[in-house]
Design a protein around this ligand. Structure first.
Ligand code: 3PG
Length: 305
């Protein structure tokens, strides 16, 4: 059996070593395709493989059509919006993610961006502190929970809204559960986004919602760029000179935001929330183990399609 590790943005070398070990210990072969620059390279690499480990790499109908022997794709990470689930199901290919494996890394970055914002992008001027400030966590999944845990250490007052997570679960962590997104944005000076990109959430973070945030508002996005209504965000930042946006996912209107709001807008050069040695190890090795367990024992625990 051949397992392809297809990562345009590679895992740390140590993680690749660990992934290989899991695969080879199971008597299977690991194939590596890193830093590819063209889809044709991926289409070529998938031809003979039984399984693929990916990160944000796109697995669409073309990839599935080219992969005649493919049985399983595991997204080493949380969000699987980069995989065409319907096409995978049609090809009888199982899709899994590795929930929770990189969530601390993403949460640490979210807090890092909050500090960066509070200290005026480290420009040497007098900034503010996070202590006592209200933080709204939009969606209380694995990353949201870790954000709450770390933000407690900063002494922030923490609120969360999650359309699916019961209030009791949120409140057990000492976080105040709110009953709507509107309430969350109205209440909190800082909002950290942790919603997935779905048909319902795309463009949902719009002008009306953001404009409810109190003065000196800070929006942190370590989730997905698609959830932001980008034209609305630009309009709002124009109207609200107190509003800051810091993101780990380069928006479509990056150049415009950079030019107009250099002191209030920041985007990482490449998505780096999950880009730590630890997260690469955790997610990559979990993905390899899930593939081996599926191919040998039929375990479908983390199947998402
Ligand atoms: C995820 O959904 O797990 C994160 O967005 C990480 O994505 P990455 O593996 O491309 O860094």
């Amino acid at each position: 059996m051949k397992i392809l590790i297809a990562t345009e943005k590679p895992f740390a070398a140590e993680a690749v070593k660990g992934i290989r070990q899991v695969i080879e210990n199971a008597g299977m072969e690991a194939v590596l395709l890193e830093k590819y620059t063209d889809k044709s390279q991926l289409l070529d690499a998938v031809k003979e493989v039984d399984a693929i480990i990916i990160r944000s790499d796109i697995v669409d109908a073309d990839v599935l059509n080219a992969a005649g022997k493919l049985k399983i794709v595991v997204r080493a990470g949380a969000g699987y919006d980069n995989v065409d689930l319907a096409a995978a199901t049609a090809h009888n290919v199982v899709v899994m993610n590795t929930p929770g494996q990189n969530s601390n890394a993403v949460a640490e970055l979210a807090l890092g961006l909050m500090v960066y914002s509070a200290r005026n992008f480290y420009d040497g001027s007098s900034g503010a502190e996070l202590l006592g400030k209200k933080l709204g966590i939009h969606a209380y999944g694995n990353v949201g929970r870790n954000v709450a845990r770390i933000a407690k250490g900063f002494g922030m007052e923490i609120y969360a809204y999650d359309a699916f997570c019961p209030a009791e679960v949120i409140e057990k962590d000492g976080v105040k559960a709110l009953s709507s997104a509107e309430e969350l944005y109205k209440t909190c000076q800082y909002v950290s986004l942790h919603i997935p990109a779905t048909a319902e959430t795309k463009n949902s973070i719009n002008y009306d919602l953001l404009n409810q945030m109190p003065g000196k508002a800070v929006l942190i996005n370590t989730a997905r760029k698609e959830v932001i209504h980008e034209a609305d965000l630009a309009k709002l930042m124009e109207v609200r000179p107190d509003f800051k946006y810091l993101t780990d996912i380069t928006p479509g209107n990056d150049a415009e935001l950079k030019e107009k709001f250099p002191k209030r807008y920041f985007s990482t050069p490449k998505k780096m929330g999950a880009q730590t040695a630890e997260a690469n190890n955790n997610a990559g090795i979990a993905a390899a183990n899930q593939i081996v367990d599926f191919l040998l024992n039929g375990n479908t625990k983390y199947k998402v399609n």
